[in-house]
Write a protein that binds this ligand. Structure first.
Ligand code: FES
Length: 117
């Protein structure tokens, strides 16, 4: 237990989490500079910076965001450094990453070569 009464979970090297120093780096979300802790998931850094919409459903245009947070649901898919469909809840932050939503709100969906609303 910490002095503030929080449960302390030791890191694998035995150091307490609260003693571990975080290194903050700058990456880019839709061209805007965002600060994130080195190695933490991109989606968590975006949430901490107030960005909750990580994309839009390709068929309905409704907002998508974190759902499972552990890499199972793919709701957090983003384009990271030019690679589409990266799970931002798993992708570690590092300096200079280029992170983009890969869909537009209310965009037409292309399904089997047909467009529909
Ligand atoms: S939030 Fe479910 S895979 Fe990322």
């Amino acid at each position: 237990m910490s002095s503030e009464g929080r449960l302390e979970i030791p890191t694998p090297d035995g150091e307490s989490q609260s003693n571990r120093k975080k290194t903050f780096v700058t990456f880019y979300f839709e061209g805007e500079a965002v600060s994130g802790a080195l190695g933490e998931p991109v989606a968590m850094s975006l949430w901490a910076a107030g960005h909750r919409t990580l994309g839009w459903n390709e068929e309905t245009g409704r907002p998508r965001s974190l759902f499972c947070g552990i890499g199972h649901c793919f709701e957090c898919r983003m384009e990271i450094d030019g690679k589409r469909d990266q799970r931002s809840c798993l992708y570690p932050v590092r300096e200079g990453l280029d992170v983009r939503r890969q869909s537009k709100p209310g965009a037409l969906a292309i399904v089997d070569g047909m467009t529909r609303l």
